[in-house]
Design a protein around this ligand. Structure first.
Ligand code: TYD
Length: 136
């Protein structure tokens, strides 16, 4: 899907335990303005199901696993995340939902914007219209 990419992070292997990291705009293609995380998700629940007008995100499964389903208004693609040394870059104007969370999974999400409800598009038809307008 256009603009979407799995980004592998540095992995410092060590017999004492491995270490990975990302730095502001070094490993990921934007300046980080905000971090949030999703945890204690009951079995079968879905988070997200919306798009952002301007927010870009980078999503990592710090623990456990989950699926990110992206829709550009025409096609849908699923990405399964299950390791803490890579993540998914999701540009703005893509509908996204996060589902199939394993027990004790932890999703870390970093964004290029502060929280702003007006950046959300929560209606799928409005999203498609918005995307068509911006892309045309
Ligand atoms: P939201 O992104 O709507 O979660 P989901 O898409 O999974 O339903 O976030 C849920 C609520 O959490 C939202 O109404 C406001 C609050 N929130 C913040 O205050 N700051 C944040 O950075 C985020 C992501 C959410």
């Amino acid at each position: 899907m256009e603009g979407v990419k799995i980004i592998n992070l540095p992995k410092i292997l060590d017999p004492r335990g491995n270490l990975s990291f990302f730095e502001n705009s070094n490993q990921i293609p934007f300046d980080i303005k905000r971090s949030y995380w999703i945890y204690d998700v009951p079995g079968g629940e879905i988070r997200g199901s919306h798009a952002f007008k301007t927010s870009h995100e980078f999503i990592i499964a710090l623990s456990g696993s989950f699926d990110i389903v992206l829709n550009d208004g025409e096609n849908e693609e699923k990405f399964s995340l299950n390791r803490s040394y890579y993540g998914l870059y999701v540009p703005n104007l893509l509908w996204r939902r996060i589902e199939n969370f394993s027990t004790n999974s932890l999703a870390l999400i970093v964004s290029n914007v502060a929280y702003n409800e007006s950046d959300y598009i929560r209606d799928f038809d409005a999203f498609k219209k918005n995307r068509n307008e911006v892309k045309s």
